[in-house]
Design a protein around this ligand. Structure first.
Ligand SMILES: [Ca+2]
Ligand SMILES: [Ca+2]
Length: 157
């Protein structure tokens, strides 16, 4: 009888250990992005057409512009993604991951902007894509901040 009870309680412990990860809310939170702050972005600064050739092996620069509401030079990014705007809201942080970033005045207004670079081959864009969304997280004046901005693209194979 005692051995039987021990076996049952072991089984219960084992089952609860197995089912725990499935409903842990902390884990679900890590998989989605918090509410982002809207920012102004410029895909391919200097070009209004924002033509992206998918077969190219280059990089696509995407500038987060400094505006009266957002000082890009105060943002220290930890990670950034660029994705088809149609996927951005439904699938969260997906798409290409930034390979590097640099502070420079991308729109020549005398204020530093933050320019992210993405490998064209990492992009999830298709010839039917019309816009791309940049999402980044990092710290802004010591507090954690998620930013998001969208710009048009013209995608060619
Ligand atoms: Ca542009
Ligand atoms: Ca600027």
């Amino acid at each position: 009888m005692r051995a039987f009870l021990l076996r049952v309680s072991t089984l219960v412990l084992l089952l609860s250990a197995l089912s725990f990860p499935a409903w842990s809310p902390a884990r679900a939170d890590e998989m989605t992005c918090p509410e982002p702050t809207p920012v102004t972005i410029d895909i391919k600064p200097g070009s209004n057409q924002n033509r992206i050739k998918l077969s190219s092996f280059g990089v696509v620069p995407v500038a987060v512009l400094t505006t009266p509401d957002f000082d890009a030079s105060q943002f220290s990014p930890e990670m950034a993604h660029l994705t088809d705007a149609a996927n951005a809201m439904t699938t969260g942080c997906t798409g290409a991951m930034a390979v590097r970033w640099v502070l420079e005045d991308a729109n020549k207004d005398g204020k530093l902007d933050l320019v992210f670079y993405f490998y064209t081959q990492d992009l999830d864009l298709t010839p039917s894509s019309t816009a791309a969304t940049l999402m980044a997280h990092g710290s802004y004046g010591g507090t954690t901040l998620h930013i998001m901005g969208t710009d048009s693209v013209m995608v060619v194979p």
